[in-house]
Design a protein. Structure first.
Length: 185
Protein backbone atom coordinates (compact mmCIF):
# COMPACT_ATOMS: atom_id res chain seq x y z
CA UNK A 1 0.00 0.00 0.00
CA UNK A 2 2.41 2.60 -1.19
CA UNK A 3 -0.24 5.13 -2.23
CA UNK A 4 -3.26 6.60 -0.54
CA UNK A 5 -5.45 4.76 -3.05
CA UNK A 6 -4.13 1.50 -1.57
CA UNK A 7 -6.34 2.20 1.43
CA UNK A 8 -9.49 2.58 -0.68
CA UNK A 9 -11.81 -0.41 -0.27
CA UNK A 10 -11.84 -2.63 -3.37
CA UNK A 11 -15.10 -3.24 -5.26
CA UNK A 12 -15.58 -6.85 -4.13
CA UNK A 13 -15.50 -5.77 -0.46
CA UNK A 14 -18.00 -2.99 -1.07
CA UNK A 15 -20.33 -5.26 -3.07
CA UNK A 16 -20.12 -7.96 -0.40
CA UNK A 17 -20.83 -5.43 2.36
CA UNK A 18 -23.80 -4.10 0.38
CA UNK A 19 -25.22 -7.61 -0.05
CA UNK A 20 -24.85 -8.43 3.68
CA UNK A 21 -26.42 -5.10 4.62
CA UNK A 22 -29.26 -5.64 2.13
CA UNK A 23 -30.07 -8.95 3.83
CA UNK A 24 -29.97 -7.24 7.25
CA UNK A 25 -32.26 -4.44 6.04
CA UNK A 26 -34.68 -6.96 4.50
CA UNK A 27 -34.86 -8.85 7.80
CA UNK A 28 -35.50 -5.66 9.76
CA UNK A 29 -38.07 -4.57 7.16
CA UNK A 30 -39.83 -7.94 7.47
CA UNK A 31 -40.06 -7.43 11.23
CA UNK A 32 -41.48 -3.93 10.71
CA UNK A 33 -44.09 -5.31 8.28
CA UNK A 34 -45.08 -8.05 10.76
CA UNK A 35 -45.34 -5.53 13.60
CA UNK A 36 -47.39 -3.25 11.35
CA UNK A 37 -49.74 -6.12 10.53
CA UNK A 38 -50.14 -6.80 14.26
CA UNK A 39 -51.55 -3.29 14.70
CA UNK A 40 -53.49 -3.50 11.42
CA UNK A 41 -51.22 -1.17 9.41
CA UNK A 42 -49.91 -1.98 5.95
CA UNK A 43 -46.22 -1.09 6.09
CA UNK A 44 -45.22 -3.20 3.11
CA UNK A 45 -44.31 -0.18 1.00
CA UNK A 46 -41.18 1.19 -0.67
CA UNK A 47 -41.17 4.39 1.38
CA UNK A 48 -41.14 2.38 4.62
CA UNK A 49 -38.34 0.23 3.20
CA UNK A 50 -36.40 3.43 2.36
CA UNK A 51 -36.83 4.68 5.93
CA UNK A 52 -35.64 1.35 7.37
CA UNK A 53 -32.66 1.42 4.98
CA UNK A 54 -31.71 5.01 5.87
CA UNK A 55 -32.06 4.40 9.61
CA UNK A 56 -30.00 1.20 9.42
CA UNK A 57 -27.24 2.70 7.26
CA UNK A 58 -27.13 6.08 8.94
CA UNK A 59 -27.61 4.78 12.47
CA UNK A 60 -25.05 2.01 12.28
CA UNK A 61 -22.42 4.30 10.78
CA UNK A 62 -23.15 7.23 13.10
CA UNK A 63 -23.45 5.25 16.31
CA UNK A 64 -21.47 2.03 15.77
CA UNK A 65 -17.80 2.67 14.97
CA UNK A 66 -18.50 4.00 11.46
CA UNK A 67 -19.53 0.56 10.20
CA UNK A 68 -22.58 -1.41 9.27
CA UNK A 69 -22.69 -5.16 9.83
CA UNK A 70 -21.62 -5.79 6.21
CA UNK A 71 -18.72 -3.37 6.45
CA UNK A 72 -17.63 -4.97 9.71
CA UNK A 73 -17.56 -8.43 8.10
CA UNK A 74 -15.58 -7.20 5.08
CA UNK A 75 -13.15 -5.04 7.05
CA UNK A 76 -14.02 -1.65 5.59
CA UNK A 77 -15.25 1.59 7.14
CA UNK A 78 -16.55 5.00 6.08
CA UNK A 79 -14.62 8.17 6.85
CA UNK A 80 -14.58 11.79 5.76
CA UNK A 81 -12.37 12.81 2.84
CA UNK A 82 -10.07 14.46 5.37
CA UNK A 83 -9.63 11.19 7.28
CA UNK A 84 -11.90 11.84 10.26
CA UNK A 85 -14.99 10.18 11.67
CA UNK A 86 -18.32 11.01 10.11
CA UNK A 87 -20.65 13.35 11.92
CA UNK A 88 -24.07 11.85 12.61
CA UNK A 89 -25.69 14.29 10.17
CA UNK A 90 -23.18 13.36 7.46
CA UNK A 91 -23.86 9.68 8.04
CA UNK A 92 -27.64 10.06 7.79
CA UNK A 93 -27.30 12.36 4.76
CA UNK A 94 -25.20 9.74 2.94
CA UNK A 95 -27.83 7.07 3.73
CA UNK A 96 -30.74 9.29 2.64
CA UNK A 97 -29.11 10.05 -0.73
CA UNK A 98 -29.29 6.33 -1.49
CA UNK A 99 -32.74 5.80 0.05
CA UNK A 100 -34.45 8.77 -1.61
CA UNK A 101 -35.15 7.06 -4.98
CA UNK A 102 -36.80 4.15 -3.15
CA UNK A 103 -38.97 6.54 -1.17
CA UNK A 104 -40.11 8.18 -4.43
CA UNK A 105 -41.48 4.88 -5.77
CA UNK A 106 -44.56 5.34 -3.55
CA UNK A 107 -44.92 9.05 -4.34
CA UNK A 108 -46.94 10.69 -7.08
CA UNK A 109 -43.89 12.47 -8.54
CA UNK A 110 -43.42 9.82 -11.23
CA UNK A 111 -45.23 6.58 -11.98
CA UNK A 112 -43.86 3.81 -9.77
CA UNK A 113 -42.33 1.87 -12.65
CA UNK A 114 -40.42 4.95 -13.82
CA UNK A 115 -39.12 5.72 -10.36
CA UNK A 116 -38.07 2.11 -9.82
CA UNK A 117 -36.36 2.17 -13.22
CA UNK A 118 -34.61 5.42 -12.32
CA UNK A 119 -33.45 3.81 -9.07
CA UNK A 120 -32.12 0.80 -11.01
CA UNK A 121 -30.22 3.12 -13.36
CA UNK A 122 -28.85 5.06 -10.39
CA UNK A 123 -27.67 1.84 -8.73
CA UNK A 124 -25.95 0.72 -11.94
CA UNK A 125 -24.15 4.09 -12.07
CA UNK A 126 -23.17 3.65 -8.40
CA UNK A 127 -21.77 0.16 -9.04
CA UNK A 128 -19.93 1.39 -12.11
CA UNK A 129 -18.34 4.22 -10.10
CA UNK A 130 -17.23 1.75 -7.44
CA UNK A 131 -15.52 -0.29 -10.14
CA UNK A 132 -13.93 2.51 -12.17
CA UNK A 133 -13.69 5.84 -10.31
CA UNK A 134 -10.18 6.66 -9.04
CA UNK A 135 -11.15 6.70 -5.36
CA UNK A 136 -14.13 4.36 -5.91
CA UNK A 137 -16.51 7.06 -4.68
CA UNK A 138 -20.20 6.67 -5.44
CA UNK A 139 -22.54 9.62 -5.96
CA UNK A 140 -23.55 9.32 -2.30
CA UNK A 141 -19.86 9.46 -1.31
CA UNK A 142 -19.29 12.54 -3.48
CA UNK A 143 -22.33 14.37 -2.08
CA UNK A 144 -21.55 13.44 1.54
CA UNK A 145 -17.77 13.99 1.11
CA UNK A 146 -16.88 10.47 2.29
CA UNK A 147 -14.54 7.59 1.44
CA UNK A 148 -14.88 3.87 2.09
CA UNK A 149 -11.52 2.48 3.15
CA UNK A 150 -9.95 -0.79 4.28
CA UNK A 151 -9.41 -1.18 7.98
CA UNK A 152 -5.88 -2.07 9.06
CA UNK A 153 -5.44 -5.74 9.90
CA UNK A 154 -5.51 -6.62 13.59
CA UNK A 155 -2.11 -6.59 15.27
CA UNK A 156 -0.51 -9.89 16.02
CA UNK A 157 0.02 -10.76 19.66
CA UNK A 158 3.30 -9.61 21.08
CA UNK A 159 4.83 -10.95 24.25
CA UNK A 160 5.50 -8.44 27.04
CA UNK A 161 9.01 -7.03 27.24
CA UNK A 162 9.55 -8.04 30.86
CA UNK A 163 9.48 -11.42 32.60
CA UNK A 164 6.08 -13.03 32.83
CA UNK A 165 6.61 -14.61 36.26
CA UNK A 166 8.35 -13.92 39.53
CA UNK A 167 10.33 -16.10 41.95
CA UNK A 168 7.21 -16.57 44.06
CA UNK A 169 5.13 -17.75 41.13
CA UNK A 170 4.28 -21.45 41.61
CA UNK A 171 2.92 -21.86 38.07
CA UNK A 172 6.26 -23.17 36.82
CA UNK A 173 6.89 -25.56 39.70
CA UNK A 174 9.03 -25.29 42.79
CA UNK A 175 11.77 -22.73 42.35
CA UNK A 176 15.27 -24.19 42.53
CA UNK A 177 17.09 -24.03 45.86
CA UNK A 178 20.27 -22.15 46.18
CA UNK A 179 23.35 -24.39 46.14
CA UNK A 180 24.79 -25.05 49.61
CA UNK A 181 27.51 -22.70 50.65
CA UNK A 182 30.90 -24.30 50.94
CA UNK A 183 32.83 -21.57 52.66
CA UNK A 184 33.53 -23.57 55.87
CA UNK A 185 31.08 -21.75 57.93
Amino acid sequence: MSTANGFIAPPFKRYTAFFVDAVAVLLIFAMVVVLGAAVERNLQRWDVFAIVYALYQGGMVAHHTDQTFGRYLTGVTVMTREGGRLLAAQSYYRAMVRAMPLALVESDVLPGEWTFGAWAILMSIEYRRIATAPQRRTLADVLAQTLVINLPPPHTHRAPAGPMFSKEDREFGVPPKSPPRNDGG
